[in-house]
Design a binder for this molecule. Structure first.
Ligand code: NAD
Ligand code: WQD
Length: 339
């Protein structure tokens, strides 16, 4: 079976993808600098899957360390999750984002070339569409940079597709995620941002836990069905399964492709509050607050290309997303945020 290196493999999406790959028989190697992940993630993956996972602690910007990792663990492909991902932080410190994301990816790609690894799956984002002209958004939609984080994703997409065109890489998948939420149903892995969560679901979960008094709903005057922002929330396990489908294609077919990974259905912030309360029985106090600068009214995917090309579509609904996110949040509340 193929052996795959997951950069950022201890993070939110990487750890869930590791579970799917391990359960489907792949050899998995994790690489992470633990700048945004808990050190016990590999142990938790072993509890879920029964398989021990080799771990390399390294920064992708350290090309010598990347070369050493690929020499110690010859791999068939890399799934490249490692990145900094906070939009506001990227605007506050652009150079940090150019360095971590763009320079880090250059170094990773150079180490892959030295090691003769020619296949990569790359974590991109719907942020590359900026303010879309229409929804659902397909892969031909205009690409617009609206923040530094988004710029780094567009630059990295371009680098990777250039390398396929110039035959430096054999194959690449560019995966544009919409809004990943939820957690593994075991409640053993999930998302636990440090500080005040920037994203809706982690914030909502911390309100439900009682750690924060109420949720700010950023805007109720958007041209959407209830006035609050609409997004394409996708269960992280669906996303993880999409990586395995993309990986299969990258391992078997030369060339590059770009696909949206979303459900195709938009739900509003108020829909998510209602779904969470319905799925968990826990009340989520909220207040209407002003719009958050930089937000778009609606953003959801046309997921048809992923279905045609990869034979993948999301199967989990918002109740699953809320229930699984809450199961995980309730456990970390006990271990991390308890009295
Ligand atoms: P995450 O922060 O949980 O995971 C990223 C992991 O990479 C972390 O474990 C972190 O410690 C590690 N990392 C960061 N910089 C590193 C470096 N220089 N060297 C080695 N490791 C490093 O984030 P995530 O939500 O799992 O996101 C994974 C990828 O998906 C990222 O590329 C992100 O930009 C992209 N993405 C995320 C979302 C989202 O909403 N979560 C949406 C679209 C795209
Ligand atoms: C969703 C909706 C908010 C918090 C971001 C990045 C994007 C991608 C995913 C990485 C919006 C509203 C939020 C809160 C709220 N990440 N909201 N109260 O902005 O769609 O996407 O994460 O690639 O690049 O921009 O996600 O979860 O922050 O917001 O009302 O406390 O929830 O206004 O309508 P977003 P989000």
């Amino acid at each position: 079976m193929a052996r795959i290196l997951l950069t950022g493999g201890a993070g939110f999406i990487g750890s869930h993808t590791a579970v799917v790959l391990l359960e489907r028989g792949y050899d998995v190697v994790l690489l992470d600098d633990f700048s945004n992940a808990a050190r016990d993630v590999p142990a938790r993956l072993q509890r879920i899957t029964g398989v021990g996972v080799p771990l390399i602690e390294a920064d992708i910007r350290d090309e010598a360390a990347m070369a050493a990792a690929l020499a110690a663990f010859p791999v068939d492909a890399v799934i490249h999750f490692a990145a900094k991902k906070a939009v506001a932080e990227s605007e506050a410190d652009p150079l940090l984002y150019y360095d971590s994301n763009i320079v880090g990816t250059v170094r990773l790609l150079a180490a892959m070339r030295r090691a003769g690894v020619g296949r990569i799956v790359f974590s991109s984002s719907a942020t590359v569409y900026g303010e879309p002209d229409e929804c659902p958004i397909d892969e031909q939609a205009a690409l617009r940079v609206t923040n530094v984080y988004g710029r780094t994703k567009l630059v990295m997409e371009g680098m990777i597709t250039d390398l396929v065109r110039t035959r430096t890489l054999k194959a690449a998948a560019v995966l544009r995620y919409f809004n990943p939420v939820g957690a593994h149903p075991s409640g053993l892995i999930g998302e636990d941002p440090t500080g005040v969560p920037a994203n809706l679901m982690p914030y909502l979960c911390q309100v439900a836990e009682g750690k924060r008094p109420y949720l700010n709903v950023f805007g109720d005057d958007y041209p959407t069905h209830d006035g609050s922002g609409v997004r394409d929330f996708i269960h992280v396990m669906d996303l993880a399964e999409a990586h395995e489908a993309a990986l299969r294609r990258v391992l078997g077919t030369d060339g590059d492709f770009t696909v949206n990974l979303g459900t195709g259905t938009g739900y509003s912030v108020l829909d998510m509050i209602g779904a969470f309360e319905g799925a968990t029985g826990v009340k989520v106090p909220y207040k209407i607050a002003p719009r958050r600068p930089g937000d778009v009214a609606a953003c959801y995917a046309d997921p048809a290309r992923a279905a045609t090309l990869l034979g993948w579509r999301a199967t989990r609904g918002i109740e699953d997303m809320c229930r699984d996110a809450w199961r995980w949040q309730s456990k970390i509340a006990l271990t991390n945020h308890g009295p």
